[in-house]
Ligand binder design. Structure first.
Ligand code: FEO
Ligand code: CA
Ligand code: CA
Ligand code: CA
Length: 637
């Protein structure tokens, strides 16, 4: 077997650019195998099944090589469209003892609503599957292995012994919360990307919790489900509210140990509550542990967590305690390419950026005394806010409350709202941090203005390299290359856009990973609700993702003469996003998830691919080289 990458240049035959096919396309010298898909019953309990819309993956070898190991897979969400109108398909896999729902469009009994809400939560979370590689180099799931298990969004709903735990400053807030569970938590939801710890656990990140549970908090950090009336409840939206889940317990980083099937997850509240995309760890012997994190929303922040105590390799799993006690910082970027990390501490001064720098001219800030958020404009309103609130202690009752409302607290202390920070990765050789800013396009996710297009960070970038409406990848260097530095420099690594317009040829960068030779691999996230982009190149007319074609995995050298150039390695079927790229240590296999094939416009368009064709795409493996996990879309009928 030959490793996929070699240093600084692609070794594969590029696939065609801008094409859309109803299949996964990999270079012709590679092959892929489907490992496991939604609905597969590979668990010890025959009622359990593999979850939906796979995202982050991580591979943990069980022995001294990669021939056998545990694969962790995130299950991010249930596709809302078209599922929302045909939810009998959503519930095609009933829970034990439940009746399959056949009603449509909301005419549901209370029992049916409860069942549906539980199913929506069940499909999220993650799975551990035990894999073994055969002599031909193909991984297969070891069915019924004691390691195989589901972690779900409803875990512990019926069985308190299976509830998750929490630690860090917000645990004190949870003890006073209305759900009566104290520091224990039901399930994990919205599991987007994640990270792997040096001690062999995985971190799964709760991203879009705000459409499932209540996001807005008061000065004491509590959430109130009455903020979402039952009228606002539409499946699968606010399934968590329907079941009474306490909103401030979602939106966290969750640590799970795949090697310990009896251990439930722990939510580490010291890392803040926001739309967590990922965790990228920088662990150096005898130094604090550092985590870099993305906050995937328009105007979201770029985060760093620094542990109070020091990382020691020999401490093994005890290093997990480092994630319970430390300081969370938000990045503040300056136009001259400098930047600093601002701590989210009660004593930190209130000093928001001027809202005039944000498109729409308004910044979301904590609303006091009413709770939740308010839009504050430039000039007198901003001045009034700063006169009224001097430090975060004037806005929040405790450090736990600050962390629960981390996004708004970060706006208050002057963090730079950015263009959807998704994945971050630490360069394995030089410690620099690569950040995928996916885009600043319009979003209804609570940004200051739904028409927001440019963020302050893009404004900064305009001065350096020009606007990047289709996203860009930046690189951040800590001062003196110290992970705990409070100052940094930032540069543009690659800008999206057409090559003929000076871009790198891709659009909407999202998941990042490095191979053993420190080449960057990047998956795009051209979302299916993008307005069609005029096609000036060769994309077929029916492709709603426009000139950039289907979502693609790109290979990008980080040094040498081709540094920053992008070479297409794989594309997904129409409507799909390729997510969760993970290389085995031996470089022979790439695990990849094919998420939401056929979602969105690609599904509805008369020219688009028919649903019955969109069956089995989860990728994997190229003549002993590439392996990919997929999401299966079960055909109708
Ligand atoms: Fe779930 Fe930010 O992608
Ligand atoms: Ca993502
Ligand atoms: Ca994304
Ligand atoms: Ca997605």
């Amino acid at each position: 077997p030959v490793a996929i990458p070699v240093p600084h240049a692609p070794t594969f035959q590029e696939i065609a650019r801008f094409e859309v096919q109803d299949t996964l396309v990999v270079p012709r010298e590679y092959r892929y195998d489907v490992l496991v898909a939604w609905g597969d019953r590979v668990f010890a309990d025959p009622n359990d099944y593999f979850g939906y819309n796979n995202d982050y993956t991580a591979f943990l070898p069980l022995g001294t090589d990669d021939s056998e190991g545990l694969l962790w897979v995130n299950h991010e969400y249930v596709s809302r469209d078209p599922w929302v109108d045909t939810f009998d398909v959503v519930v095609g896999m009933p829970l034990p003892g439940e009746t399959i729902l056949r009603n449509r469009n909301g005419r549901l009994s209370d029992d049916q609503k409860r069942t549906l809400a539980l199913l929506v939560l069940y499909d999220q979370g993650g799975s551990v599957v035990h894999l073994r590689r055969d002599s031909g180099g193909t991984y297969r799931v070891v069915k019924g292995s004691p390691y195989n298990r589901r972690i779900t969004g409803m875990q512990g709903f019926d069985n308190p012994a299976q509830q998750l735990e929490s630690d860090g400053p917000a645990a004190a807030v949870f003890r006073k919360g209305p759900d009566g569970l104290g520091t224990r938590i039901i399930g994990t939801i919205g599991n987007c990307a994640g990270g792997l710890t040096p001690w062999g656990t995985i971190l799964t990140c709760e991203e879009n919790f705000q459409i499932q549970v209540v996001e807005a908090v008061d000065a004491d950090g509590q959430t109130d489900n009455a903020r979402v009336g039952f009228d606002a409840f539409s499946f699968p939206k606010f399934a968590g509210v329907h079941l009474g889940l306490q909103g401030n317990k979602y939106g966290w980083v969750v640590e799970i140990d795949p090697r310990r099937p009896d251990a439930q997850g722990v939510k580490h509240t010291a890392l803040g509550r926001f739309r967590h995309e990922n965790v990228a760890i920088r662990a150096e012997e005898g130094k604090p542990l550092v985590c870099y994190m993305g906050d995937d929303r328009t105007g979201g922040h770029t985060w760093k967590y620094v542990s109070r105590n020091l990382y020691r390799t020999a401490a093994g799993a005890a290093n997990s305690a480092l994630l319970a006690d430390g300081t969370l910082y938000v990045a503040r970027y300056e136009l001259d390419g400098s930047g600093r990390w601002v701590p989210l501490a009660l004593a930190t001064a209130v000093d928001p950026i001027d809202p005039a720098r944000v498109t729409g001219g308004k910044l979301l800030l904590p609303n006091r005394p009413g709770g939740g958020a308010q839009e504050v404009g430039t000039g007198a309103p901003l001045k009034r806010f700063k006169q009224q609130f001097k430090t975060l202690a004037d806005l929040y009752e405790s450090e736990g409350a600050v962390l629960i409302d981390a996004f708004l607290a970060a706006n208050a202390v002057g963090g730079t709202p950015a263009a959807r920070p998704e994945d971050l990765e630490v360069h394995p050789r030089d410690g620099s941090v690569f950040i995928a800013y996916t885009s600043g396009r319009a979003s209804a996710d609570g940004a200051p203005d739904e028409t927001i297009f440019t963020t302050a960070f893009q404004e900064a970038d305009t001065d350096k390299r020009g606007k990047a409406p289709h996203g860009a990848i930046y690189r951040l260097f800590e001062q003196n290359n110290e992970p705990t530095a409070l100052r940094f420099r930032w540069v543009t690594f690659a800008v999206s856009g057409e090559a003929i317009a000076g871009g790198a040829g891709f659009a909407f960068p999202d998941n990042l990973c490095f191979d053993a030779d420190a080449n960057l691999w990047m998956c795009t996230d051209i979302s299916n609700d993008n307005e069609p982009v005029p096609n000036r190149l060769s994309a077929p007319d029916h492709v709603t993702s426009g000139l950039f074609g289907s979502n693609t995995v790109w290979f990008m050298p980080t040094s040498g003469s081709q540094a920053g150039q992008a070479f297409p390695f794989a594309t997904g079927p129409a409507g799909a996003e390729l997510t969760g790229p993970t290389f085995t240590a031996d470089g022979r296999t790439l695990f990849l998830a094919v998420q939401h094939p056929g979602e969105g416009e690609g599904w509805r368009s008369g020219n688009a691919l028919k649903p019955e064709k969109q069956t089995r795409y989860e990728l994997l493996s190229a003549d002993g080289k590439g392996t990919f996990v997929q999401t299966r879309l079960v055909p109708f009928g």
